[in-house]
Design a binder for this molecule. Structure first.
Ligand code: TEU
Ligand code: CA
Length: 575
């Protein structure tokens, strides 16, 4: 793909669609989604109007973490197809004017990757490609408490695994089959850059970078503080946003030509702040285009107690958080916009109201609010249909390593099973990973075989065939939103200003670009809401560009009703 096809900053007016290959479309009846399945659905994605497909990992993998544990970065796992299938997909995208972004998982590899296998030998020149350490001083290796430090794995248990081959331990912030690469070693970095350059030469248009702000760690690997009731300590202080992060990102950008080739780059950065994001996404610093922050997907949990300690979500906190990021990156940098992905529960179930009465309106209104913020929107597969959480009730229903490990750990620490299952039903990553609903047939048209996870029961109402046929569906609302972004410079560039910040129901804001002013007025509650005319711009002569409900009365909003207005010149002058 030539640079003409990727003009500078093209990704600012683009909409990205995330595909979780395991759950999108199965083409060979083994119950697992694959690349030919994705290719067979490109026309649907083209009709939706999205500009970029982000593929979650399809590389060779033992699938301990569904592909985020890679054993060969330069081959496709047979489960998902072949390199030829991937070339067909890349070509299919490009022929439709769409682009394809790969998932780059280089904070860690699989323990079955040849690099790690070689590194297990203390004499190997690759020993220092990973973090190997002897048992804690005064402790016999492979005995409890002998880990080199007291860090917890994100997937429960210790972050260190003993390897009898050398008697030493290796670090794994995620599962024990995901050993962390040692980015302090320049050989590691150059090997990664060379791999990336080969994917760019193969035609990919960018990278979504997995936990990329974990690559610079505190080489002293100091103990953390063990919270009450826990066995191990969080490693965040020593592995997040480390001292050489910017140096490594600038080196990667230089060595791979990320900016020169106008590639789309977005870094997943748990624990990232506005300040960090402003630096990382400042074009002058030539690091990345965007980051994924976790702040707004961490508001419905008890502070400091993690995602499973549920807490109600207050709308003003969510509004304020997104406003902070809008203000923080208004002059420099650029925001990503998302409400869900393959690690988060479904947006309409979490931020909306997925009851039959309000699901459609709330899915539309959440999309209007998110897509009219300033930044690049990301649509997760099924979000454009208003797909809901699974409603799993048994632990055996779950497949996600994070969920299964959390359940085992929580039960061993004495939590009641009902409490654990409640947390899982609300927050488990499997909520996002059930099959895509293509139609109302047995397995929602996802597979002719037995799906690896069952389709959600409401597939008969919520599916692509029904949505495409219904002009008033969530699908067509997303299509109109994406058209607006392609047509209206104000949607892309307009300055953001939040209104009514403390209102518990109303989410209202303006976007101003030159003389053009757009107003979003949204009721984000399941009750009627009334707006005071004094609190919003004058709507006289305003044009409604997009609405969830027909001919609503201006200041009265039904549950989950929203409107996008273009203000009239005279009302603008009256201010
Ligand atoms: O996720 C990183 C990450 O922070 C998540 O694990 C998150 O903490 C958690 O899932 C929220 O509950 C990335 C990938 O998106 C995820 O799928 C992988 O499991 C993880 O990295 C390891 O590669
Ligand atoms: Ca398959």
């Amino acid at each position: 793909m030539t640079l003409e096809a990727r003009p500078d900053g093209w990704w600012k007016s683009a909409v990205v669609y995330q595909i979780y290959p395991r759950s999108f479309m199965d083409s060979n009846g083994d119950g697992i989604g694959d690349i030919p399945g994705i290719t067979s659905r490109l026309d649907y994605l083209h009709d939706l109007g999205v500009d970029v497909l982000w593929l979650s990992p399809v590389y060779r993998s033992p699938m301990d973490d569904n592909g985020y544990d890679i054993s060969d970065y330069e081959d496709v796992d047979p489960l998902f197809g072949s390199l030829v299938d991937l070339d067909d997909l890349i070509d299919g995208c490009h022929r439709r004017g769409m682009k394809l972004v790969m998932d780059l998982v280089v904070n860690h590899t699989s323990d079955e990757h040849p690099w790690f296998q070689e590194s297990r030998d203390p004499a190997s020149p690759k020993r220092d490609w990973y973090w190997w350490r002897p048992a804690r001083e005064g402790h016999e290796a492979a005995t409890p408490g002998a880990e080199p430090n007291n860090w917890a794995s994100v997937f429960s248990g210790p972050a260190w695994e003993h390897d009898p081959k050398s008697g030493e331990y290796f670090l794994h912030v995620f599962s024990k089959k995901q050993p962390d690469l040692n980015w302090e070693n320049p050989e590691v970095r150059q090997a990664v850059y060379a791999m990336m350059r080969r994917w760019v030469e193969r035609g990919v248009d960018g990278f979504r970078m997995d936990v990329i702000n974990l690559i610079s760690k505190d080489p002293a690997l100091p103990d953390g503080v063990v919270a009450e009731g826990q066995t191990y300590a969080s490693s965040e202080k020593s592995v997040l946003n480390g001292p050489r992060l910017h140096e490594f990102l600038q080196e990667m950008n230089r060595e791979v030509g990320l900016s020169d080739r106008h590639l789309l780059t977005v870094g997943e950065m748990p624990g990232s702040t506005v300040e960090l994001a402003r630096d990382v996404t400042d074009p002058a610093r030539r690091e990345l285009n965007m980051v994924f922050t976790f702040e707004h997907v961490g508001l419905d949990e008890q502070p400091g107690r993690g995602k499973w300690a549920l807490a109600p979500l207050e709308l003003p906190r969510l509004k304020r958080n997104l406003e902070t990021w809008q203000r923080g990156l208004a002059e420099t940098g650029w925001n990503s916009l998302y409400l869900d992905n393959h690690d988060q529960p479904r947006a309409v179930s979490r931020f909306g109201d997925d009851s039959p009465e309000h699901r459609v309106a709330s899915a539309k209104t959440l999309a209007t609010v998110l897509h009219l913020h300033r930044g690049t929107p990301y649509v997760y597969q099924g979000e454009e249909l208003g797909m809901t959480n699974t409603g799993f009730t048994e632990i055996d229903d779950y497949r996600d390593i994070e969920s299964v490990n959390y359940h085992a750990d929580a039960i061993s620490l004495g939590l009641e099973v009902e409490v654990v299952l409640e947390s899982l039903s609300v927050k488990s990553r499997d909520n996002a990973r059930t099959p895509m609903h293509w139609d109302d047939s047995e397995h929602a048209g996802f597979t002719a075989g037995k799906p690896w996870l069952p389709a959600t029961a409401n597939k008969d109402e919520i599916n692509v065939a029904a949505a495409v046929a219904d002009p008033d569906s969530v699908f067509h609302h997303f299509r109109r939103l994406i058209e607006l972004r392609h047509r209206e410079p104000t949607v892309v560039e307009g300055r953001f200003e939040l209104l009514l910040p403390e209102d518990p129901q109303i989410w209202a804001f303006t976007r101003t670009h030159g003389d053009d002013v757009l107003l979003v007025l949204a009721n984000c509650s399941s009750d009627d809401a009334r707006v005071d005319a004094a609190d919003i711009p004058d709507l006289t002569g305003a044009e409604v560009l997009l609405a969830t409900h027909a001919d609503g009365e201006d200041l009265q909003l039904a549950p989950w009703e929203s409107r996008l207005y273009r203000l009239s010149s005279e009302s603008r002058s009256r201010g």
